[in-house]
Design a protein around this ligand. Structure first.
Ligand SMILES: Nc1ncnc2c1ncn2[C@@H]1O[C@H](COP(=O)(O)OP(=O)(O)OP(=O)(O)O)[C@@H](O)[C@H]1O
Length: 267
């Protein structure tokens, strides 16, 4: 007989069902006396693409910082594969909006992308191959020998994305990674991310202000609101895959999902 999910917990250190990659359980976070995250709970399954939306200042970045182990929660749990996250997990890559602070200005583009692979056991040729491939994916093959300060803002953000892709993480946490990009590059990188998810089976938690982007990318959209913040609703996005910038965005179901999310945020 099959055990229940809760019974399939494998060791005393495990706190979540093994089916969840990420588990957020009654998470609270305060800065000093100010509570930012109230009582947040949701799960992310392996290989799932989950987008988080909510008004400015609601606590989205704070949530990602707790999940990446950069700051401790004030209460509740953030779990990866059932284990409490208490520092940046090896299997995770982070892409934040502020690319100016994520790239090393004294390293070339190639060396910036190579950076997270340096401590790995991968043969040198494989590391270089991954760097070349990732830079080609984001359309920056020509910029390998340049320094970040010689590139536009959008190009620097593409380097940051190439670095995350080259690392081939199991989980990517992304905080408005495309906010500073022009519309065409943004569409290209959204599609690249969907391909990476399909090819590598990466689990992605993606924060965005752009409701259309959230609906286009996600399997589920988590709508945050109120202060301290809580989950207002989790919207299932059952649009067909593979998605296409023109066809998917013209579907009546796309419009109703967008209206649903927007209504939740505006109320
Ligand atoms: N280190 C900090 N110390 C004190 N308060 C902070 C700190 N970081 C964030 N805050 C406050 O916590 C609240 C949530 O901030 P956070 O950056 O998580 O929101 P957000 O939803 O990501 O906002 P945005 O969409 O504008 O990026 C804000 O009121 C912010 O001023």
């Amino acid at each position: 007989m099959t055990n229940s999910i809760e019974e399939r917990i494998t060791s005393p250190g495990d706190l979540a069902p093994i089916e969840s990659r990420l588990s957020i359980r009654s998470l609270h976070k305060s800065y000093g006396a100010k509570p930012v995250i109230g009582d947040l709970s949701f799960e992310v399954a392996p290989g799932e693409f989950v987008c988080v939306v909510g008004p400015s200042g609601v606590g989205k970045t704070t949530l990602l910082k707790c999940l990446s182990g950069l700051i401790p929660p004030s209460g509740g749990d953030a779990l990866l594969d059932g284990r409490r996250i208490d520092g940046p997990p090896r299997e995770m890559a982070l892409v934040f909006q502020d690319y100016t602070r994520s790239l090393m200005p004294w390293l070339t583009v190639e060396r910036n992308v190579l950076l997270p692979l340096r401590g790995s056991d991968l043969p040198r040729a494989e590391r270089r191959e991954r760097v070349v491939r990732a830079l080609a994916e984001v359309g920056l093959s020509e910029a390998v020998a340049k320094y970040p300060w010689q590139l536009s803002g959008g190009m620097q953000q593409r380097v940051a994305i190439a670095r995350a892709i080259a690392y081939q993480p199991e989980i990517m946490l992304m905080d408005e990674p495309f906010a500073s990009l022009d519309a065409q590059t943004r569409f290209d990188l959204e599609d690249l991310l969907l391909r990476v998810r399909d090819d590598l089976g990466v689990t992605i938690l993606f924060v965005t202000h752009d409701i259309d982007e959230a609906v286009y990318l996600a399997d589920r959209v988590i709508v945050l609101g109120e202060s301290p913040c809580r989950v207002l609703e989790i919207v299932d996005v059952d649009l067909p895959r593979p998605r296409d910038q023109i066809t998917t965005r013209s579907l009546p179901a796309f419009a109703s999902l967008r209206t649903r999310v927007l209504t939740l945020i505006r109320h």
